[in-house]
Design a protein around this ligand. Structure first.
Ligand SMILES: [Zn+2]
Length: 427
């Protein structure tokens, strides 16, 4: 393949992806119509009841409890939202798949492959339904719909309890639907960008491209998150998920310039050499990655700084982060624990029951939270003053640990350290 610069690919591939994205955004007007319709239906159902049973515009709760009227109305709201969800899902998925085809085609042609074949339907579906950063498009969409239905019924009940007029309740329901639309719209935009990027990535793989580069839209190069990734080069399979945040339009372009690839490999070798200095194969790559921004990171909480500095001396930051790569690791190695991590990971690091120093690995602590039948253990590598600068305290792994094994862990670390390994115990 011809050696072309990143700017060349930006003009031919990224710009076209953005164009497709914008044309899909036009189609999202339909989404707004769905929400307006549903909002009207909800108002209508409420007014139908109010016409019959309200006194001076107010529906009393006792009147609504008669003959299960409230339950019936709740059910109607739920059905309207479910129907809205189906319509939204169907329409947006179709638009996204049209976008996928357009982007895939443009990418192939831009790279000189006129005789490409489109990925089959099954693969396109698979990419559309694949979870990324914890959930799939449909998963997120239905979570939103559920939230919407529950929220509407909560508002209805509160309105009735507070003796609001039917009109006042209708206004609050309408406003809530507006919020619901905004959330849904944001979700669709983010998922669309992700899917279109998936189309380019798939084309690179199909064309045998080995390296890809993250390319931010020009107005995003000042964004703190995206600017860190702009121009970064990755082997195609290690390329992080883009977009990085809602409304982000970061894309992926192919790397065909040998000089760029050689530069990337050299930098990688240096990073690997730094990683090898450590004493653990699991721990050091991750902390290095968190610091160099190779992985997408998410903030988990603040470390109990006084306890940590008392043991380790100054640290670089009190922030604890977890990288996408580590989350994948937790999901893979401890699948049944991942949900617990999502639920309690933040609480465990911010407010642990124990902080124990790891006797085996440098700068590493176990943060333990007690649950009725088990304990949760978040293993955190602390970013010490003596580490390369710019690093953050990073979650290495997470798993459940039984009381007996926790005791053993403490004993072992205490023996290795030659002093009590428990740095903190909640009273
Ligand atoms: Zn971005």
């Amino acid at each position: 393949m011809a050696q072309k610069s990143s700017e060349y690919w930006e003009k031919r591939i990224a710009a076209s992806t953005w164009k497709t994205y914008n044309s899909l955004e036009e189609k999202n007007r339909e989404l707004l119509e769905f929400y307006v319709d549903a909002s009207e239906q909800i108002k209508k159902e409420l007014y139908l009841i109010a016409e019959k049973y309200s006194k001076e515009g107010v529906l009393s709760l006792s009147e609504m409890h008669k003959k299960n009227r409230l339950t019936a109305l709740n059910k109607k709201f739920e059905n309207i939202i479910e129907d809205l969800g189906h319509k939204t899902e169907k329409s947006t998925k179709k638009n996204m798949q049209d976008g996928f085809k357009a982007v895939y085609k443009n990418t192939a042609v831009s790279m000189g492959d006129e005789n490409f074949s489109m990925p089959n339907k099954k693969l396109m579906e698979k990419l559309l339904n694949e979870p990324w950063r914890g959930d799939s498009f449909s998963g997120r969409l239905w979570k939103n719909q559920k939230k919407l239905a529950v929220g509407l019924n909560d508002l209805l009940l509160t309105g009735l309890q507070q003796g609001k007029t039917a009109t006042e309740i209708a206004v609050s329901l309408h406003n809530f639907m507006g919020q619901g639309f905004n959330e849904c719209h944001r979700l669709v935009r983010t998922e669309t960008m992700h899917y279109l990027n998936g189309a380019t990535k798939q084309r690179y793989k199909d064309a045998g491209v080995e390296y890809a580069q993250i390319w931010a839209a020009e107005d995003e190069r000042t964004c703190e998150q995206c600017s860190k990734y702009h121009e970064r080069i990755y082997p195609i399979d290690k390329c992080p998920n883009v977009p990085f945040h809602p409304n982000c339009r970061c894309t992926i372009i192919p790397v065909t310039d040998e000089k760029l690839i050689i530069g990337h490999d050299k930098k990688n070798d240096i990073e690997k050499a730094i990683e090898k200095k450590g004493d653990s194969d699991i721990i050091n790559p991750s902390i290095a990655k968190a610091g160099t921004g190779v992985a997408v990171i998410r903030s988990l909480g603040k470390i109990k700084e006084n306890i940590i500095t008392k043991e380790f001396g100054q640290i670089q930051t009190d922030e604890i982060i977890v990288t996408e790569e580590r989350e994948e690791h937790i999901k893979e190695r401890h699948p049944e624990d991942f949900e617990l991590f999502e639920k309690y990971g933040g609480k465990t690091v911010s407010d642990p029951d124990y902080i124990i120093r790891d006797g085996k690995h440098e700068g590493t602590v176990f943060m333990v939270m007690k649950l009725p039948n088990t304990n949760l253990n978040v293993v955190v590598r602390v970013a010490l003053e003596s580490d390369r600068s710019g690093l953050k305290n990073s979650v290495m792994t997470f798993y459940r640990i039984r009381e007996r094994n926790l005791k053993k862990l403490i004993e072992k670390s205490t023996a290795l350290l030659g002093k009590d390994a428990v740095l903190y115990k909640k009273e």
